[in-house]
Design a protein around this ligand. Structure first.
Ligand SMILES: *Cc1c(COP(=O)(O)O)cnc(C)c1O
Length: 466
């Protein structure tokens, strides 16, 4: 009954079927959410299921599940598939370690620390730096905020907050910032959203003016969250200029690079995070630009003492052998922690740092191709800018929300929409580094074909003539 070899054989069979299916049908057949429970047998019952039936239902589920690795998936800030990273994650599942102690994780501790050490070097942090693998970018932002809070109000950890702390982020930053200030006890009224310029980058002068006002009003400026790759436009906040301000007023600077912080791997694009070595903490998601399976988020801190001060707790039943440098539970949020490092390590080990650089550069190249196509085509309007892998556009006068929804509902391609200031547009994310120029051109092709053949999108004038 628990013969793992049979299960692995079944896995291989299902995996092959799935990959075949992805080639034949890059966009999954969509099941209306209100028909879901009638379409596939998802029920859990008193009796078990026998082999063939079990396999059949698994196959059905796989085929109906949205396909994020194909060349027509552009909806999210992740996509594609790096085989060597998948291999590492499968091994991590098989090994089933927990990352809190050396006793239980062994060499996996070294794997995680090697990634962190190399990442710190790329960022330009010094010998006191370290980091950890939180559950995702939202948690990375949260951990940074908690460290900033504890640095300003150290008693907070014992007696609760005793000072009127305020924090700052751009209005274009990730929504986890709003949740995090509430979790951290700072309160949503005490987050200041700083205006962004026409390209979506935080305006440092506005940041400083707000800080001065808050100081005069008796608040204590505590934390600035700068974004490397905003969620909609993929804009980079000017870190050097922001660091001038955070250093002047002694405020914690966190750089949220969940989306595009992986530019640290590219000689060509790392200038986009110039000044990042002056930050107190930096995070990036390898499951976004680097294409590892979900989730693989890394937070680095310039001074590991801060991580330890905020997240360590004695636990005699847990920490029984080895030193703190090997018992990673002393610097993490969770107790039991999944091994998210191995998949990144197998990828990095196999392609080398130069291979990771190519993954990053390829995405910018694909974005250049997409932007070039849009700006040379009179039926398109471009809303985004260079040095971003989010290519935002509208086609003819078609409502982008309706178009995205129709493309998805008819299994043409999966792409999302976004808004910046007054504009709403389609957002094509060229994050799948396995894509080629032809895949990007194919995306525009299928979109145009669909729009041309669907009555609902023929323009108003034609409709009136009908
Ligand atoms: C994706 C993203 C996050 C959140 O990361 P999760 O891993 O999804 O929690 C935070 N910040 C930015 C800028 C992001 O793009």
């Amino acid at each position: 009954m628990s013969n793992i070899s049979n299960d692995l054989a079944l896995f291989n069979e299902l995996a092959e079927a799935l990959i075949n299916e992805e080639e034949q049908h890059p966009v999954a057949d969509r099941i209306d959410s209100d028909k879901l429970y009638d379409s596939i047998d998802l029920s859990l019952n008193d009796g078990g299921m026998i082999d063939d039936e079990f396999k059949a239902v698994l196959q059905e589920v796989l085929i109906a599940t949205p396909k994020t690795a194909t060349n027509l998936f552009f909806n999210q800030l992740f996509g594609g598939r790096q085989g060597k990273a998948v291999l590492g994650d499968l091994l991590a599942v098989l090994l089933n370690n927990s990352m809190y102690t050396y006793k239980v994780a062994g060499p996996q501790v070294g794997i995680e620390q090697e990634i962190i050490r190399q990442s710190c070097d790329l960022v330009g942090y010094g010998p006191r730096s370290n980091g950890t693998f939180p559950t995702g970018g939202s948690m990375s932002n949260y951990m940074a905020l908690v460290m900033a809070r504890d640095a300003k109000d150290p008693n907070c950890r014992l007696t609760g907050m005793s000072k009127p702390l305020v924090v700052y982020t751009s209005k274009e930053s990730h929504y986890s910032n709003a949740k995090n200030v509430s979790f951290a006890g700072i309160g949503k009224n005490n987050i200041r959203y700083i205006g962004a310029d026409a390209k979506g980058q935080m305006i440092p002068e506005k940041l400083e003016a707000q800080i001065i006002k808050d100081i005069n009003d008796g608040f204590i400026p505590t934390y600035v969250n700068a974004t490397a790759g905003t969620t909609v436009l993929g804009a980079f906040d000017p870190i050097d200029k922001i660091a001038d301000i955070t250093e002047k007023y002694q405020i914690w600077l966190h750089v949220d690079g969940a989306y595009s912080g992986s530019v640290i791997f590219s000689d060509k694009y790392k200038h986009l995070v110039k000044g990042v070595e002056r930050s107190n903490s930096f995070s990036y998601n390898a499951h976004k630009m680097l294409g590892t399976p979900m989730t693989c988020s890394i937070i680095l801190v310039n001074d590991k003492k801060q991580l330890h001060d905020s997240f360590s707790n004695e636990a005699d039943y847990l920490y029984q052998t080895d030193g703190d440098d090997f018992n990673l539970g002393k610097t993490s949020f969770q107790c039991g922690r999944r091994n998210d490092a191995l998949k990144f390590w197998t990828l990095w080990k196999s392609v080398g740092t130069s291979g990771l650089k190519q993954i990053i550069d390829q995405q910018f190249e694909l974005a250049d191709i997409a932007r070039g196509y849009v700006s040379n085509h009179p039926d398109y309007t471009l809303y985004s800018f260079e040095d971003s892998i989010s290519v935002c556009f509208n086609y003819k006068n078609i409502d982008p929300i309706k178009l995205c929804t129709a493309l998805y509902e008819h299994q043409i391609t999966v792409v999302g929409f976004g808004s910046f200031n007054e504009d709403t547009f389609i957002r094509l994310v060229t994050i799948n580094a396995n894509n080629l120029k032809a895949d990007i051109l194919n995306f525009f092709n299928v979109l145009e074909d669909y729009a041309a053949n669907e009555m609902e999108f023929t323009n108003v004038k034609e409709k009136m003539m009908d």
